[in-house]
Design a protein around this ligand. Structure first.
Ligand SMILES: [Zn+2]
Ligand SMILES: [Zn+2]
Ligand SMILES: [Zn+2]
Ligand SMILES: [Zn+2]
Length: 204
């Protein structure tokens, strides 16, 4: 069906959205047309489909042919065009919310369209340039290598700061124990005395 699932519309109340629902597909209408008999709006495609099999209006059952259908009012089309909707591929993870008037363009270029992905390299096929799996894989290989280098550097930094931190706390512990031991060794409870100083010679 040509309509847009109403759950994809963002920022429009349910009551408001009810004004934009096609009576045939029960979704937000696309390319709306209006019946002259009862001023009901339908997707152009839906009413064409209906009339290919009926000669009455789907709403009031009066006689209806293609000549009884007219374009929807300009303001309805404008409201519709400015409606914000989620991308067709939001189920594939696309987070884009675009104006209905820009949806077709977005969908054409959306990276979440699985059918646009190359079956070999899984990269999105760009219609503007010649697709080349090897080039894509070389680019990916380089960026993975860069990422690997970055992680290695980060790891080195982390392990260095870890050593410095544990040395510092070890030294602090020894100094404090020694100071207390020198003033009054009996004040240090047995359980507070380090069983083994990591820096032998510091403890008295
Ligand atoms: Zn429809
Ligand atoms: Zn009608
Ligand atoms: Zn998208
Ligand atoms: Zn490829």
């Amino acid at each position: 069906m040509p309509g847009i699932d109403r759950s994809r519309v963002v920022g429009v109340s349910d009551e408001e959205l009810d004004q934009f629902i096609c009576g045939i597909c029960l979704e937000v209408f696309v390319n709306p047309v209006v019946t002259q008999c009862c001023q009901q709006s339908y997707c152009s495609e839906c009413i064409q489909w209906w009339l290919s099999d009926h000669n009455t209006c789907p709403n009031d059952r009066t006689q209806l042919g293609r000549e009884g259908i007219g374009p929807a009012p300009r303001f309805v089309i404008n409201l519709l065009n400015n409606m914000k909707v989620k991308c067709d591929f939001y189920v594939n993870g696309c987070q884009s919310v675009v104006k209905l008037s820009e949806l077709a363009q977005h969908v054409r270029d959306c990276d979440y369209d699985e059918s646009r992905r190359c079956r070999t390299c899984h990269f999105t096929i760009d219609s503007d340039c010649q697709h080349n799996c090897v080039d894509n894989l070389l680019v990916m290989n380089q960026s993975l290598r860069d990422e690997n280098e970055r992680l290695k550097a980060e790891n080195k930094l982390l392990s260095m700061s870890g050593v410095i931190e544990s040395t510092r706390s070890g030294l602090g512990n020894c100094v404090m124990t020694r100071q207390m031991a020198m003033s009054s060794p009996e004040l240090i409870p047995q359980e507070a005395r380090p069983s083994r100083c990591p820096y032998p010679g510091w403890i008295v």
